[in-house]
Design a protein around this ligand. Structure first.
Ligand SMILES: C[S@@+](CC[C@H](N)C(=O)[O-])C[C@H]1O[C@@H](n2cnc3c(N)ncnc32)[C@H](O)[C@@H]1O
Length: 190
């Protein structure tokens, strides 16, 4: 798909219709295009990245390719087929990804056991010294969980997930970038 064919003005997961190149709108840096901008600005281009919990659409994939020359594979246990997810996992096994992103995923997982599994999966799909970037949508930041029939929202800020991520990657391999609101975890760095 070429740039001219791609329809940028698309609904993102929280339902806003956004054009990432518009100067007028405020892009959310915790989800969708804005999250990728905050992660990939200044990051090496031409890398292979897997986005876990990336949702059902390929808009982010097209955006990252055109703006950052970054190949994004998307895996999502609920929004993609088992067949699709298995192909991504197979690819990771054959050639581990350079990096992994987890964007607005930890905040929707209510059980600690499932969050730990998600964090471990993110680690397992990258190469040695590969980076995993975690971002969350903090909601109102109160830490008061919101639960309804089919969704969970933790309302937790990113730094409250540091301990869980450190347990998987080891403390020395995890950094919190408070300005860009990203936790960067490195797999078994020397
Ligand atoms: C708020 S959406 C974020 C989608 C996308 N990352 C973005 O920023 O536009 C949360 C996503 O997490 C996925 N998800 C929920 N539980 C998950 C889990 N245990 N592991 C991986 N993804 C999960 C959902 O299917 C959903 O697509």
């Amino acid at each position: 798909m070429s740039l001219s064919q791609f329809e940028w003005r698309v609904p993102n997961v929280v339902g806003h219709s956004i054009d990432p190149f518009s100067k007028k709108i405020k892009v959310d840096h915790t989800e969708g295009f804005g999250a990728f901008d905050s992660i990939f600005t200044g990051y090496a281009s031409g890398v292979r990245v897997v986005d876990i919990g990336g949702g059902e659409h390929d808009y982010n994939k097209a955006y990252c390719l055109h703006k950052y020359f970054t190949s994004l594979s998307i895996l999502d246990p609920f929004m993609r087929t088992a067949e699709h997810n298995n192909l991504v996992l197979q690819e990771a096994k054959l050639k581990p990804f350079d990096s992994c992103t987890s964007i607005s995923v930890l905040n929707v997982i209510n059980l600690i056991k499932s969050r730990m599994e998600h964090i471990k999966l993110c680690k397992s799909v990258v190469k040695e010294c590969g980076k995993v970037f975690f971002k969350v949508w903090p909601g109102d930041g109160s830490g008061i969980e919101k639960v309804n029939a089919n969704c969970f929202q933790s309302n937790r800020t990113l730094e409250t997930y540091l301990d869980e991520i450190k347990k998987v990657f080891g403390s020395k391999n995890v950094k919190f970038d408070s300005e860009r609101k990203i936790i960067i975890a490195v797999k078994n760095s020397p």
